[in-house]
Design a protein around this ligand. Sequence first.
Ligand code: ACO
Length: 432
Amino acid sequence: MATNASLKIDDKEYPLPVIVGTEGEKAVDTRALRTASGYVAFDQGYGNTASCESQITYLDGDSGILRHRGYPIEQLAAQSDYVETAYLVIYGELPSATQRKEFGLRLRQNAAVETQMQRIFEGFPKDAPPMAMLSSIVASLAAHYPHLATNNFEHDLKSFDLAAAMAISKIRTIGAMIYRYQKGLPYIFPKQELPFCENFLHMMFSEPYQDYVAAPEIAKALNLLLLLHADHEQNCSTSTVRMVGSSAANLFTSISAGICALSGPLHGGANTAVMQMLQSIHDEGDDGTRFIAAAKSGSKTNRLMGFGHAVYKNFDPRAKIIGKACDDVLAKLGINDPLLAIAKNLEQAALKDDYFVSRKLYPNVDFYSGIIMRALGVPVNMFTVLFAIGRAPGWIANWREVAANPKGRIYRPRQIYSGAVKRDYVPIGQRG
Ligand code: ACO
């Protein structure tokens, strides 16, 4: 494998060191190029730029490989659960029995949202977008726990274990409270004795004098859903967390920024958009032909939601797992969801269509995740909130990597300016 590269500009050659990852990924290190040559690397949207070295997640989009800390997603999905995978993603190793117990305890002890924080909810309109509420309320954790969020890496890393547990546990509680607030229902507080997913379902669906007891299939399906979202390398929201964190901003603030990034329909918001698409096909009695035809127009606003991925160009391994889980969960719960049949027909039609085949557009994790969430009783406007709950470990692990890197520097990309060249100011009365 090459160990050195160079770039020739006119007659001058600039050496560029090669970096090789543990899985053989190769990069040309262009950091010194601008100082040496005056040139920067141009890569709109960083599609071909490694913005960091990371030990958390390995992803090979061409082969459909996803591994957290070396462990294949298929094995984690089959044998682990969300909380254990969260520990793995954050701390780098599968926990021992004691570590798992201590971590679980920290999550249980930090689940509650204090009375003063509860008042923040009342400031939002009942129909506020849940992700807008979530990002604001998570940002407010930095105001409520300033001793854990000092914007000083050294200090914040000392209280990292507590801050990380708070973030994971409280994001889940806040998510359930947003749901209750919007429905005008009283909040249901977490129960220490309940496991993570069962506790979430309890806070969502219990009534004051009638506890919701999650069927094992439901809790298992939620575990799988959250686990499959736990981390995904340098996606838009995770890179956002790293970028914000690189300014030494604290964990809560950085995660809040990640939630904002996740809310867009091209990223985490896609699961909502998929459901809206399937529902509209169902309501109109269409077979999906119209959506496929519109998606082929090339317009960004008409894309087939849940299809395509910035990195996976063969298949999304999470979509394979979740597609199968959809069948299992619905069968176990005795649910016959017409939207599942529509999704399957749409998938078959798209996979036979040259437009999608030639562009390597396959179903991504969002294509089927909505159907599972629907089966759990989660309304469509809460789908991306569940994605955020699942993704919290990945954001936390990435923030920690940034904070703990002694050679880290603030993220500051360059640009190629393409605006007006220098011109003189014209007073308002003299403008044409
Ligand atoms: N429907 C129709 N056409 C599409 C779709 C789609 N879903 N996705 C990509 N294309 C087209 C593009 O228009 C482009 O066409 P062109 O070559 O004729 O110009 C071509 O396929 C290649 O697109 P990419 O460069 O691979 O797409 P990009 O990497 O910019 O975007 C993205 C990836 C945002 C995921 C895109 O596929 C998309 O918008 N999908 C729908 C939204 C979605 O499901 N997002 C969830 C992603 S997974 C996640 O965030 C958890």
